[in-house]
Design a protein around this ligand. Structure first.
Ligand code: HEM
Length: 448
C-alpha cells in the first residue's frame, strides 16, 4: 500500500506484509479485535455546549481553551465530567480524582489508553498485556514489560544523545534560511518542533530517516482520528505492516538499536513474540513523537507572548532547571485514558464496565488545591511536583529523553532568536495530546 502524507510532499511505500492479519470489527467484544458499543457519529452530537455533561476532547474548541474548560468545571463544582460520546466516558478534573483513578489499577484497566469509537475486543491481546506493553498492561505483567524498557531510557543511555540533539536543532534552525528581523515569520511548530522528537526516536529504533513524515502520519491516525468508524482508519493497518516489515528487516540484518534489542529480550526466560515486541515498538514510536513535539511547541508559544520569561532564560541560564518543570506543568501535553474494569461508584458517578475514563494529567497540574496560583506561569517556581509524566505505575518511561529534548530545543531556539513574537493564529492539535500544530512567530532579533 502506498501512503502519501497529506501535509507533506514525500510519498512513502509501506510494504504489505503477508503475515499481517487485519483486525475483525463488530458490535460486541465476542469474536472481535475492536468493537463498537453504540454506533457513533460525532455530527449527531454537534459542537459541545456544556463540557460537564457532554465532554469531548476532540471538539475543536477544547485544546485551544482547555485550561479555561478545566477551571470552569472545577469552579462549577464538577470534579468528574461525563459524556455519552464514544459509547460513554467520564473525565475526572481535580488532582485528587485523577490521582485516585491512576492508582486504582484493579477498577481502571489500561487495556486501551486512547479513547476512540472502538473498544478492544476478546481477540485483542487481553489485559494484563494489551496491544502496546507496558502502557496497555495491568499488574502483574506491566512490571515485567516495563523492566525490559527501563535500561534503554536510563540517564546514562540518554545523556550521550545531547550533542546529537543540539546538532539536529541547529541544523533545523539553519534550514530556516535568511531571516530579516522584524519581518520574517516562521512556523515554529512545523519548521522546528515537529522534526526533533521524530528524528531522535526514529534513529533510536533504527528506522530510516526518510520515513519521518510517515511516522507523524501514524501518530495522527492513532491519536487524532478517534471519532472515525473502526476499520476506516487505514493508517492503523499501515502502522502494523510497517512495524512487521521493520522486525523482519532487523531479523535479517540485526544491528545495535532499540528494535534489535526488543526482539531479543526475554520475559522470565521466554523470548517475547513479535506481537509483544511489535506492540512495544509501536508504543515507543507513538509515545516519543507528538508528546515532546507538543511540549516544545507550547513552550515556544509561551515565550513568544512572555518576553520577560524569555529574557530571564537568556540572562540567567541556570533558571532553565525550574523553567523546564514549569513548562511541563503549565503546558502538560499528555492526557491518557483507562477503561472501567468492573461496575463501580466513583464519588457518586455510576461507572459501568467498559466505560472510558479520560485522565487529564494537564488538568491535575492546574488544580489550586495542589498548586499555588496554578494558572500563572512562574519561571522559577520552586515547589513543582507536577503530573505531566503521569501518576502511579505507568509514569513516563521516556522522561529523561523528553526533558533532554525539551531543554535543548528551547535553549537553541532562544539562543538563535533572542526575541520573537506571535504572528498569527496558532492551530492546536485535536484529542488527547495537546500542543500547537501551526505556530507562526515573527523573528525580532537574530543572534549575531
Ligand atoms: C514531554 C514529553 C512526554 C510527556 C509529557 C509524556 C507523558 C507520559 C505520561 C503522562 C505517561 C503515563 C501514561 C499513563 O498513565 O497511562 C507516559 C507513559 C509513557 N511514556 Fe511518555 N511522555 C513524554 C515523552 C515520552 C518519550 C520521548 C518516550 C520514549 C520514547 C515516552 C515513553 C513512554 C512510555 C514507554 C510510557 C509507558 C510507561 C508505562 O506504561 O509503564 N514518553 N508518558
Amino acid at each position: 500500500m502506498t501512503t502519501i502524507d497529506e501535509n507533506e510532499t514525500t510519498a512513502t511505500t509501506v510494504p504489505v506484509n503477508p503475515d499481517y492479519v487485519p483486525p475483525i470489527f463488530g458490535d460486541s467484544p465476542e469474536g472481535t479485535h475492536v468493537w463498537q458499543r453504540v454506533p457513533y457519529n460525532a455530527d449527531d452530537y454537534g459542537p459541545v455546549a456544556d463540557f460537564a455533561t457532554d465532554f469531548d476532547h476532540a471538539d475543536p474548541s477544547y485544546n485551544p481553551n482547555a485550561p479555561e474548560v478545566w477551571k470552569e468545571l472545577r469552579t462549577g463544582g464538577c470534579p468528574v465530567a461525563h459524556s455519552d460520546r464514544y459509547g460513554g466516558m467520564w473525565v475526572p478534573i481535580t488532582h485528587d480524582t485523577v490521582n485516585e483513578v491512576a492508582y486504582d489499577t484493579d477498577t481502571f484497566t489500561s487495556r486501551s489508553v486512547v479513547v476512540s469509537v472502538g473498544r478492544p475486543g476478546d481477540l485483542s491481546l487481553p489485559a494484563p498485556i494489551g496491544g502496546a506493553p507496558p502502557i496497555t498492561s495491568d499488574p502483574p505483567f506491566h512490571n515485567m514489560a516495563r523492566r525490559l524498557l527501563l535500561p534503554a531510557f536510563a540517564p546514562k543511555q540518554i545523556e550521550p544523545w545531547e550533542p546529537e540533539i543540539r546538532a539536529l536543532c541547529n541544523r533545523l534552525l539553519d534550514q530556516i534560511g535568511p531571516v530579516t528581523p522584524g519581518e520574517t515569520i516562521i512556523d515554529a511548530a512545523v519548521q522546528y518542533a515537529q522534526d526533533i522528537p521524530v528524528n531522535v526516536i526514529g534513529r533510536m529504533l533504527g528506522f530510516p530517516e526518510k520515513d519521518e513524515s510517515l511516522f507523524r502520519k501514524f501518530v495522527h491516525d492513532v491519536l487524532e482520528r478517534i471519532a472515525e468508524e473502526p476499520g476506516t482508519r487505514d493508517g492503523m493497518d499501515d502502522l502494523g505492516n510497517y512495524i512487521l516489515a521493520q522486525i523482519q528487516d532487523h531479523r535479517e540484518n540485526p544491528r545495535d538499536d532499540l528494535t534489535s534489542y526488543l526482539m531479543n529480550v526475554e520475559i522470565e526466560g521466554t523470548p517475547v513474540n513479535d506481537e509483544i515486541a511489535g506492540g512495544m515498538i509501536i508504543l515507543l514510536l507513538i509515545a516519543g513523537i507528538d508528546t515532546t513535539w507538543s511540549a516544545i511547541g507550547s513552550s515556544l508559544w509561551h515565550l513568544a507572548q512572555h518576553p520577560e520569561d524569555h529574557q530571564r532564560l537568556l540572562d540567567d541560564p541556570e533558571v532553565m532547571t525550574f523553567a523546564l518543570e514549569e513548562f511541563l506543568r503549565a503546558y502538560a501535553p499528555v492526557t491518557m485514558a483507562r477503561m472501567v474494569a468492573k461496575d463501580t461508584d466513583f464519588h457518586g458517578c455510576p461507572m459501568k464496565k467498559d466505560d472510558w475514563v479520560l485522565l487529564p494529567f494537564p488538568a491535575a497540574n492546574r488544580d489550586p488545591l495542589k498548586f499555588e496560583d496554578p494558572d500563572t506561569f512562574i519561571v522559577d517556581r520552586q515547589e513543582n511536583r507536577h503530573a505531566a509524566f503521569g501518576l502511579g505505575i505507568h509514569r513516563c518511561l521516556g522522561s529523561n529523553l523528553a526533558r533532554l529534548e525539551l531543554k535543548v530545543a528551547i535553549e537553541e531556539f532562544v539562543k538563535r532568536f533572542p526575541r520573537f513574537e506571535l504572528a498569527g493564529d496558532t492551530r492546536w492539535s485535536v484529542g488527547q495530546i495537546r500542543g500547537p500544530r501551526e505556530l507562526p512567530v515573527r523573528i525580532l532579533e537574530v543572534a549575531g
